[in-house]
Each structure stands twice: as structure tokens, then as C-alpha cells.
Design a binder for this molecule. Structure first.
Ligand SMILES: Cc1cc2nc3c(=O)[nH]c(=O)nc-3n(C[C@H](O)[C@H](O)[C@H](O)COP(=O)(O)OP(=O)(O)OC[C@H]3O[C@@H](n4cnc5c(N)ncnc54)[C@H](O)[C@@H]3O)c2cc1C
Ligand SMILES: C=Cc1c2[nH]c(c1C)Cc1[nH]c(c(CCC(=O)O)c1C)Cc1[nH]c(c(C)c1CCC(=O)O)Cc1[nH]c(c(C)c1C=C)C2
Length: 527
């Protein structure tokens, strides 16, 4: 029968793909492949989709065990939100730009524009001067000698400290890094965590000048792109993409996971199924169906197997290491990978009677810099959950989501609930005047909440590339590459799906196709 080009009518003639993991990246990859008419099977250990995305609802309280918000910075994400008809479900935090940072034991508003930098109590006059002088102190330098060491081992603290000084690192950079990864700015690579910053210095010298010029350039490109977009739907996506910062969905972030799962289709979701082995048979003619996935279903000890043309892996690396990988009948050891550091995190969701919160703050939330531990604070920060999304708290209650642990206090993340509640109440009493105990408390401990993009993280990324080169048809798409954010995981999943689709289309005949991720283009700069 002649192959149709319309995915809707194709009878899966393109091939079959296994996706391991039904988190944001796995669901996005499966969504992309299914839309193109590929037979997809998503294997997921848990009896639910979403991975780290887990929303819960009880007696009028909606809370998140994982992500509370996401951003829409990649075109794939904007398209996915429109295609899933989630635009109407998007929920933007009320007053989302009202963010606070603790200084000298008190919440201080984070400056949200250049003028408010002049009046903020977060920084000394000297640091403010340093920020305004940065464009003049950092003229574009001639390209530095290619020093891969500086590229691989330049920390966020070092890089931004050189531009703006120590106090900016302590009271702006440190809380931002803790509030977006649970890490500290001395331990993470600027090149892997903030690749755009690295490129700005290389291209413009000054980060402020570079930020302004690249912002203007992006706006111009977006306008030109809008003008070029013929398809009304894409035009809508492009225009609606200029959303107002980060957001969630009605009912919580799980709404996104459920919408993706529905689009992928229940027949493609193999829940309660843990993958224990991947075997690649590259011998002879590189025809399709050269991947065998072994898995245990529903707690049974009976191993089941299924063959596929390609595999997309989205599991955290510590779980990937448990997989038995075979190549042409021989064990393929993953022992050339370096260890990955993970940050632990305890999340406490506490609801209080409104009159028990004496100095409630409106807005997104509050972050505690490491330096404020000297003033007795132990939490990393707290989201003002019921201020962000008023429809998620029972009437007459105020809800906070407090984060404890990270690199700042790994042991405390694993402490018993009683101790965590005491720590959180002590900080909230000082910051928002909480008086007394919560009417309800939910707690989740993540032993490995976030992979850390440490100094020298290139060696992990190089190992991923080696694995993909040596095992044609296998691609990694989880949050250990390309960013931790939900939006970045979705984009990675979409791109992995597209890459596998190209492979399937290219190897309709007998071409061999390896799917090493395109080398991210980075430039060298002096660290
Ligand atoms: C507490 C917390 C708060 C966060 N807050 C935010 C936020 O506000 N905004 C934001 O943008 N990001 C946030 N993040 C980050 C974001 O949620 C994650 O980076 C992202 O969801 C990861 O998606 P993933 O698909 O890469 O991995 P995961 O969600 O971890 O999915 C991997 C899946 O693979 C499954 N799996 C593992 N091994 C196997 C196996 N052998 N067989 C079958 N299945 C397997 C797992 O069960 C899991 O479902 C937060 C994360 C945490 C932990
Ligand atoms: C205090 C600890 C944490 C809070 N949220 C997280 C931690 C560890 C987890 C987290 N939050 C965000 C991300 C995505 C990061 C990214 O690369 O986009 C992750 C992994 C979203 C986020 N949270 C903050 C910022 C600036 C962002 C980026 C998107 C946005 O601007 O909204 C800061 C922040 N995090 C927390 C609070 C209370 C807070 C600010 C007041 C909690």
C-alpha cells in the first residue's frame, strides 16, 4: 500500500520507539512521535504520569510536591501548550514580580527595574555603583586564548563576582541559584547552568550591555518571525508566547502531564513497568527493530521483552546506572560516566488560619541567602502559594510552600517532619509573622531533587555523547542535559522526538544513523 504522508492516516509504517520515563521530557518526546504517526510505548515505574510533576488536591487545598510553576522560553513549549489547548488553563501567579530576599533578618523587595536598584536596601551604595559602572568597566575584550580549563571550571560565583562584586553574589546570585536548583553559586558551572551569560561576555564584554543589546535583537527577530508566520495558529502561539513570566495551570502542574498523557494515548502508556535492561543488536544489516527493552510489569518478577527501532531515555542518571545495557550480545558498561551530584530537598506545604499570619506578604515568595544563616535562618525560601494562586487554598486560610535542604544543609533536608516543621515555623514567624501551628501540613522529601551542573560537568555531557555515538538509536532527553526547568525538559523531549523521527525517516533504507545530540555552540571566555 502506498505510504501516506499525513501522520493521521499512517499505519505506524515509520517504526516503533520506546520512551523510558513518563516525566515532562518523556511525555513530550512521546507526544511528538505519536503526532508523527510513530508507534510509541512509554515505560513508567510509577502508577502515574508526570515524574517530578505531582499535584495533589484535598479539601480545597491544591499543592505541588514538585514544580510549582514553569516558563515558556522555547518555541516547542509554546506550540505544545497551544496544541494541547492548555492556553485557557494557564494560571499566572498574582503579583508574580513581587519577590523578596532576606537582608539583616528582614524581607526586602527584589528590585524589578533599574530605578528600584537605586532605592533597594538589599545592596550597599558601593555595589549599586558597581552595577551601573559595569558597562564601562567591561568593554569588549579581544577573544581570550582558547582555555578549555576555564570553560570547564568557571563557577557562577566567580564569573558574576568578577562583573558585579561579592555582595551581589551573596545577596542576589546565591538566593537565585538556591531558588532555582538548590545549589550554591561556587559549585555550579556558569557555562552549563547559564550558557547565555557566558556567550554575552564573549560577544559584548559587559553583561548589562549584552543583555540590553541581545534583548533588543531578540525582540526584532521575534517581530520579523511573527510577520513571516503565515499560519494563524503559529501566529497566535507566537503572540501568546509573550506571556507574563512563569505560570501554572488550573488544578496544578499535573494538568500539563495529564494533557500530554491524553494526547499520547493510554494504549501507549505502560505504567507500573520498570525497565531493567536495554539490548542493542547492531550486527549485520542495520535494519530496524534492533533494540530490545526488558521490563518488569506491575511488581511481577517475570521479565517481559519488546523490540523497538529506537529508545529515548529520560530517567535520572542514578537510575540509568541500574540498567543492564547490552551491545551485540556483550555487556556495555556505563562505568565511564563520572558521578553526578544531586541536591536533596524537603518541601513543606503549610496552611494557616488567616488571622494567624500577622504580616502576610503578597507576591511570589521570599528567598533566604546563605549569609542570613548567621542571623539564624535555616530555610532556603518560601513560596506564597495562596497569594500566587488564591483558588488553591481553602477559604480563610493562607498557604506557604517552604523549601529546606539543598547544598546549604543536605542533612536537614532528610530530617524528621517534626524538626522540619519547627525550622520552617521559626523562619516564617520572623518573616511573615506566623503565630502558632498550621491547620494542615504536607511534606515531601526528595533525596535526589536536582542533578547539579557542577564544575567540570562537560565530562558527564561528553559521556552522554559517547553513549549515543556507540549505541545508535539510543538518545538521552532528561533534565541532566539542557536545564532543570520543566520548560527545558519539555523542549528536550520534543527535540529528542524530532531527532528519532529523522532517524526513522532516514533509515527507511539501510543508512546507519547516530543521534548524538547536536554540539551546543558555546564560546570561550576568560573565567
Ligand atoms: C521539589 C522540586 C521543585 C521543582 N520546582 C520547579 C519549578 O518551580 N519550575 C520548574 O521549571 N522546574 C522545577 N523543578 C524541576 C523539574 O520539575 C524537573 O527538572 C523536571 O520535571 C524533570 O523532568 P524529567 O522528565 O527530566 O524527569 P522526571 O520528572 O524525573 O521523570 C523521569 C521518570 O522516569 C521514571 N523512571 C526512572 N527509572 C525508570 C525505569 N527504569 N523504568 C521506567 N521508568 C523509570 C521515573 O519514575 C520518572 O517518572 C522542580 C523539581 C523538584 C524536585
Ligand atoms: C527556595 C528553593 C526553591 C524554590 N523553587 C525551587 C527551589 C529549589 C525549584 C525551582 N523553581 C524554579 C525552577 C526552574 C529554574 C529555571 O531554570 O527556570 C526550579 C528548579 C522556578 C523559579 N524559582 C525562582 C525563579 C527565579 C525561577 C525561574 C522562573 C521564574 O522566574 O519564575 C526563585 C524562587 N524559588 C523559590 C522561591 C520562593 C523563589 C523566589 C522568591 C522556591
Amino acid at each position: 500500500m502506498a505510504e501516506t504522508t499525513d501522520p493521521k492516516h499512517r499505519k505506524h509504517s515509520l517504526g516503533s520507539v520506546a520512551v523510558v520515563g513518563a516525566g515532562a521530557s518523556g511525555l513530550a518526546a512521546a507526544y511528538r512521535l505519536k503526532a508523527a504517526g510513530v508507534a510509541v510505548t512509554v515505560f513508567e515505574t510509577q502508577n502515574a504520569v508526570g515524574g517530578k510533576i505531582q499535584s495533589f488536591s484535598q479539601n480545597g487545598l491544591i499543592w505541588e510536591k514538585g514544580p510549582n510553576t514553569m516558563a515558556e522560553n522555547d518555541p516547542e513549549v509554546s506550540f505544545l501548550i497551544d496544541d494541547l489547548q492548555l492556553r485557557e488553563q494557564q494560571q499566572f501567579p498574582v503579583l508574580q514580580n513581587k519577590r523578596y530576599i532576606v537582608r539583616n533578618g528582614r524581607p526586602e523587595m527584589l528590585p524589578s527595574n533599574p530605578l528600584s536598584i537605586l532605592s533597594t536596601k538589599l545592596l550597599s551604595a558601593q555595589s549599586k555603583a558597581r552595577i551601573f559602572l559595569e558597562p564601562f568597566l567591561w568593554k569588549r575584550k579581544p577573544a581570550q586564548p582558547n582555555d578549555s580549563k576555564s570553560l570547564r571550571f568557571c563557577s557562577v560565583a566567580n564569573f558574576l563576582g568578577r562583573h558585579f562584586g561579592h555582595e551581589v553574589v551573596e545577596y542576589l546570585v546565591d538566593p537565585f541559584v538556591a531558588g532555582t536548583s538548590g545549589a550554591d553559586p561556587d559549585s555550579i558551572s556558569v557555562h552549563h547552568s547559564f550558557p547565555d551569560l557566558w556567550a554575552l561576555e564573549e560577544s559584548y564584554g559587559s553583561l548589562i550591555v549584552g543583555g540590553i543589546k541581545s534583548g533588543i535583537k531578540k525582540k526584532k527577530e521575534a517581530k520579523q518571525k511573527d510577520n513571516k508566520i503565515q499560519d494563524e495558529r503559529m501566529q497566535l502561539a507566537a503572540s501568546s508566547k509573550r506571556s507574563r513570566g512563569s505560570f501554572s495551570f488550573r488544578g496544578g502542574m499535573q494538568t500539563l502531564a495529564k494533557a500530554l498523557a491524553e494526547k499520547v494515548g493510554g494504549e501507549s502508556l505502560q505504567l507500573n513497568s520498570v525497565v531493567i535492561g536495554l539490548a542493542s543488536n547492531q550486527q549485520g544489516n542495520p535494519l530496524r527493530n534492533n533494540w530490545t527493552v526488558s521490563y518488569l510489569k506491575g511488581g511481577s518478577s517475570k521479565k517481559e521483552q519488546k523490540n523497538f527501532d529506537a529508545v529515548i531515555l529520560t530517567t535520572p542518571f542514578h537510575e540509568m546506572q541500574q540498567l543492564g545495557v547490552m551491545k551485540d550480545g556483550q555487556k556495555y558498561p556505563l562505568d565511564y560516566f563520572p558521578e553526578v551530584v544531586y541536591q536533596p530537598m524537603s518541601v513543606l506545604v503549610m496552611a494557616f488560619e488567616t488571622d494567624r499570619v500577622k504580616q502576610a506578604l503578597e507576591g511570589f515568595g521570599i528567598l533566604v541567602p546563605r549569609k542570613e544563616q548567621a542571623n539564624g535562618f535555616q530555610t532556603l525560601g518560601t513560596l506564597f502559594s495562596s497569594s500566587m494562586f488564591p483558588d488553591r487554598a481553602p477559604a480563610g486560610q493562607v498557604v506557604f510552600t517552604t523549601f529546606i535542604g539543598g547544598s546549604r544543609n543536605r542533612a536537614l533536608a532528610a530530617a524528621p517532619l517534626e524538626e522540619l516543621q519547627e525550622v520552617a515555623l521559626k523562619d516564617l514567624q520572623r518573616l511573615v509573622g506566623v503565630d502558632g501551628s498550621p491547620v494542615s501540613i504536607k511534606h515531601l522529601y526528595w533525596e535526589r531533587a536536582f542533578p547539579q551542573y557542577s564544575l567540570g560537568y562537560s565530562s558527564f555531557l561528553d559521556s552522554l555523547k559517547k553513549m549515543e555515538m556507540e549505541l545508535p538509536g539510543l538518545l538521552y532527553a532528561g533534565n541532566h542535559r539542557g536545564g532543570l526547568a520543566v520548560g527545558k525538559a519539555l523542549a528536550a523531549g520534543c527535540r529528542a522526538g524530532d531527532q528519532v523521527l529523522s532517524m526513522l525517516e532516514a533509515t527507511g533504507g539501510d543508512k546507519i544513523f547516530t543521534m548524538a545530540m547536536a554540539e551546543p555552540q558555546v564560546s570561550l571566555a576568560f573565567c
